[in-house]
Design a protein around this ligand. Structure first.
Ligand code: NAD
Ligand code: MG
Length: 396
């Protein structure tokens, strides 16, 4: 029986993970549930899944969480604050951690789970983008395993030889891998010109054609920054050279990514666009369980379409490649600037097209430094956020 901590239980990935877990009461148990500030949603999840511990990240809400749980007649431990989140990720109540917090806020708890040798099911792509080598080193030192949940990386993991482990010693080229091909839906604005994107609202940007996701990743999908972060994620997880990672737009989101081998074979993983497939694969790995996902009916979906990405309109993808080529902490700077710019866009204070401008300005202002340790990286993240906020203030 796996004891699973869901960090970010009230989110889109958290909800999908709990759906899969609830299908197999003899196999998985959700022992720890965490949320940022959504007390009512967390109490509801506790009532349904009966965890041993509920953590609310905002300490000001701990008393309210305790009161509401008691009123519901639930006996589960309660904790709050970031230290409690980290302790829960590393603690003895779980052997498996679903890292599903959004943004850099997920880094500390993801690292803690890795250091403690948990089975780390990684959805929080921002943590590997920021701290790739440090996170993989923590997995190696902790002696656990990292299984990618991001659908593209989960697909690639499924198409690689069985002996392959993210951050492990199996070399892609020695395994005959020539290229990794990440598919992208193209987001809600595929095919639009820059002029057509000038007046986009947050509601339009969050309406993804194929996937239902949190608001931040939905905006990232609309700008193609999500794919940029995923290129960086693939570089770290699979040890692939920048030039060996290609992005291919595939509007139906049925082919989740592909691996091209030197003999010309291209292996792909297909499925309906439902995150429960990747989550179930990661939860049960190396076994398989029914994820509750509709079977794929390819004949009804034909023909499948593919096209190259439009890097001139969707500049965020080009900026992510640029940051990855610059190396060091440039991806962390890119990520921090993007988080601030997306927040401003969602708040209605920054136009859609200016998200890329803010990211580019911060990357220019802060040339990359080598990554030394997590403290220095945290400081650079803070400096990049400050630079982005100043650029935003000056622009308004
Ligand atoms: P979401 O916004 O739906 O949920 C985020 C969760 O994180 C919530 O439970 C929230 O309470 C928690 N959270 C937010 N800020 C926090 C903070 N400061 N401290 C502690 N907890 C905090 O997001 P999501 O769409 O589920 O995405 C989660 C992560 O998974 C992101 O990194 C995203 O890029 C990645 N991901 C999501 C999908 C998807 O289909 N939604 C697919 C692939 C990868
Ligand atoms: Mg993805």
């Amino acid at each position: 029986m796996y004891k699973v901590a869901i960090l970010g239980a009230t989110g889109s990935i958290g909800g999908n993970a709990l759906d899969v877990i609830a299908r197999y009461p003899g196999r998985f148990r959700a022992t720890v549930l965490t949320a940022h500030r959504e007390v009512a949603a967390l109490v509801e999840l506790c009532a349904r899944h009966q965890p041993d511990l509920a953590v609310i990240a905002d300490p000001a809400l701990e008393a309210e969480l305790s009161r509401r749980l008691a009123a519901t007649g639930l006996h589960c431990e309660v904790a709050s604050g970031h230290a409690a989140l980290t302790a829960a990720a590393a603690g003895g109540l779980c052997d498996t951690v679903v890292a599903a917090i959004v943004g850099a806020a997920g880094l500390e708890s993801t690292l803690a789970a890795a250091r403690a040798g948990k089975r780390l099911l990684l959805a929080n792509k921002e943590s590997i983008v920021m701290a790739g080598p440090l996170l993989l080193e923590a997995v190696a030192v902790g002696g656990g395993v990292l299984i990618p949940v991001d659908s593209e990386h989960n697909a690639i993991f499924q198409c690689l030889p069985d002996r392959f482990r993210p951050g492990g010693r199996t070399d892609l080229r020695a395994s005959g891998v020539h290229r990794l091909i990440l598919t992208a839906s193209g987001g809600p604005f595929r095919g639009r010109t820059r002029a057509e994107l000038a007046q986009i609202t947050p509601e339009q940007a969050c309406k993804h054609p194929n996937w239902v996701m949190g608001r931040k990743i939905s905006v990232d999908s609309a700008t193609l920054m999500n794919k940029g972060l995923e290129v960086i994620e693939a570089h770290h997880l699979f040890g692939a050279a920048v030039d060996a990672i290609e992005v291919l737009v595939h509007p139906q989101s049925l082919v989740h990514s592909l691996v091209e081998y030197v003999d010309g074979s291209v292996l792909a993983q297909l499925g309906n666009p439902d995150m429960r497939t990747a989550i179930a694969h990661a939860l049960a790995w190396p076994e398989r369980v029914d994820a509750g996902v509709e079977p794929l009916n390819l004949a009804a979906c034909a023909p499948l379409a593919f096209e190259p990405p439009d890097l001139a309109t969707f500049r965020c993808l080009a900026l992510a490649y640029q940051a990855l080529r610059a190396g060091g902490d440039a991806p962390a700077i890119l990520n921090a600037a993007n988080e601030i710019a997306v927040e401003a866009f969602l708040a209605g204070t920054l136009p859609f097209l200016s998200i890329a401008d803010v990211v580019e300005a911060v990357l220019t202002e802060l040339p990359s430094h080598a990554v030394v340790d997590i403290q220095t990286l945290g400081e650079r993240d803070r400096v990049a956020r400050e630079a982005a906020r100043r650029i935003l203030r000056n622009a308004c």
